[in-house]
Write a protein that binds this ligand. Structure first.
Ligand SMILES: *Cc1c(COP(=O)(O)O)cnc(C)c1O
Length: 389
C-alpha cells in the first residue's frame, strides 16, 4: 500500500480539539456578540502575554496586520520601507497599497532571511521603516537590524506571520521590533477557521494608534482624523484561536521533533552536501550551523512553520515526482517579489538579488506538521533518494 503524505492535514488536530472548539463557538452563539467583545479582548491579552509585548490588537488577517501597522506608523505616498524580496506577497503588497515603495535587500542564503549587512546603504531620506520577515518560523538576525533602525530613527515592523512563538536570543518574535504582525491563516502554526491575524506592540500609544486604524481611523467614534480600514478580528475566530493557543507549544515541539527526524534520515541517505541542503538554524553569535538532534543555542527557537530544503538541480522535476507519489510539497516562493509584474514600476531588474532568485529556483517545502508519523517522513526521504539516484 502506498503511503500518502499531505503537506498539511488539520483534521487530526480538530479531532483532538473538537469538544473545546464547539464549546467556545457555543459561547459566541449564545451571547450573539460577533464583533469585538470578550473573545477578542481575551485573545488579545493572551497573545500579548505569549509574545511578551504588553499589547496586541486582533485584526482580520496577517495582511491587514501589516497594513494596519504601516498605517499606524504613518507610512504613505513616497515613503520607503526596506524589506526582503523573498517572502509572501503581502509583505511588499501592503507597502505598495499605501503608495510607498518596498526597497528590497537580498537574503542570507543560509537562513533565507534579510541580510542585515546590506540594509544601511539602502537607507535614504524617504526611508520610514525596516520590515524583516521571520521566514519559515525562524527569526531574522534582529540585533543588527535594531541597531541600524535606532541609529537612523526608523521603525521596525516584524512580519512574524510564520513565526508565532519563535525566539531570537530569548526574545519572542513580535517583541523585538516596534510592531509585530501575525497571521491566523489556517496553514500557519496557530490557525483560525478562516482568515485572522494580530498585531503586537510594546508601546501603549502605538498600540492605540493601531486600534484606531483597525476601526476606520475613528476616534472618538464617527470622528476621523485620518483614513483607516475595517480590520477587525471576528469573535468566532478569536474563540477558536484561544482554544488552539493552549496547544501551540506542544505542536511546536512536534514540529521540531519532525525536523530533527528529517535531519537524521536525510543525513543517513548521503544526499546532504552535494545534492541537498538542510535547513540551518542560527546560533546566538550570528554564526550559522546545521541543526543537530538538539539545539545547543539556548534562546533560539525555530518553530518550523515550514521545513524547507534546497536542492542543487532539477527542483521542478522533483516537485512533479513527489506529487505523482502523493507527497505534498510546495515552493515558497517561486518568484522573488522584485520580479513580480505588478511591481514593474519600481524598476528592479532580474539578477539584482541573486540569493533571493537562487532560493526561488532551488528550495522546496516538505510536510512538517506535528501529527506526521515517522513512517510518512521515511516515505518522503525515500522519494528523494529514488529521485536523485
Ligand atoms: C501568511 C503570510 C502573510 C499574510 O497573512 P494572511 O493572514 O494570509 O493575510 C504575510 N506575510 C507572510 C510572511 C506570510 O507568510
Amino acid at each position: 500500500m502506498t503511503i500518502t503524505v499531505p503537506l498539511l492535514d488539520l483534521k487530526p488536530q480538530y479531532e483532538v480539539l473538537k469538544n473545546d472548539i464547539q464549546a467556545a463557538l457555543e459561547r459566541v452563539y449564545t451571547t450573539q456578540r460577533f464583533i469585538m467583545g470578550p473573545e477578542v479582548l481575551g485573545l488579545e491579552q493572551e497573545i500579548a502575554d505569549y509574545c511578551n509585548t504588553g499589547y496586541s490588537i486582533g485584526v482580520s488577517s496577517g495582511t491587514d496586520a501589516l497594513l494596519a501597522a504601516l498605517m499606524a506608523i504613518g507610512v504613505s505616498h513616497g515613503d520607503e520601507v526596506i524589506t526582503t524580496p523573498y517572502t509572501f506577497f503581502a509583505t511588499a503588497g501592503c507597502v505598495a497599497r499605501l503608495g510607498a515603495k518596498a526597497v528590497f535587500v537580498d537574503i542570507d542564503p543560509k537562513t533565507y532571511n534579510l541580510n542585515p549587512a546590506q540594509i544601511e546603504n539602502k537607507i535614504t531620506a524617504k526611508t520610514k521603516a525596516i520590515s524583516p520577515v521571520h521566514l519559515y518560523g525562524q527569526c531574522a538576525d534582529m540585533d543588527p537590524i535594531m541597531e541600524i533602525a535606532e541609529r537612523f530613527n526608523l521603525y521596525v515592523i516584524e512580519d512574524a506571520a510564520q513565526a508565532i512563538g519563535s525566539e531570537y536570543k530569548g526574545r519572542r518574535a513580535g517583541s523585538i521590533g516596534h510592531i509585530g504582525c501575525f497571521s491566523f491563516f489556517p496553514s500557519k502554526n496557530l490557525g483560525a477557521f478562516g482568515d485572522g491575524g494580530i498585531v503586537t506592540v510594546k508601546d501603549a500609544d502605538l498600540a492605540e494608534q493601531v486600534r484606531v486604524c483597525r476601526a476606520h481611523g475613528s476616534k472618538p467614534k464617527y470622528y476621523h482624523k485620518f483614513v483607516g480600514g475595517n480590520f477587525r478580528l471576528d469573535a468566532m475566530q478569536a474563540a477558536v484561536v484561544r482554544v488552539k493557543l493552549k496547544h501551540l507549544d506542544g505542536w511546536t515541539a512536534g514540529r521540531q521533533q519532525n525536523a530533527a527526524t528529517y535531519n537524521r534520515l536525510f543525513t543517513e541517505t548521503g544526499l546532504v552536501g552535494d545534492v541537498l541542503t538542510l535547513p540551518h538554524e542560527s546560533s546566538e553569535t550570528g554564526q550559522y550551523i546545521p541543526r543537530g538532534e538538539q539545539n545547543p543555542y539556548e534562546g533560539h527557537r525555530h518553530i518550523y512553520n515550514q521545513y524547507v530544503v534546497r536542492v542543487s538541480h532539477n527542483r521542478d522535476e522533483l516537485v512533479a515526482f513527489l506529487k505523482e507519489r502523493n507527497i505534498g510539497c510546495e515552493i515558497y516562493y517561486p518568484l522573488s517579489l522584485h520580479q513580480q509584474e505588478c511591481f514593474a514600476d519600481w524598476g528592479y531588474k532580474a539578477g539584482e538579488f541573486p540569493e533571493s532568485e537562487a532560493a526561488a529556483g532551488s528550495t522546496i517545502a516538505i510536510p512538517i506538521y506535528p501529527e506526521l508519523t515517522e513512517e510518512q517522513q521515511q516515505t518522503v526521504v525515500q522519494a528523494f533518494v529514488a529521485f536523485f539516484s
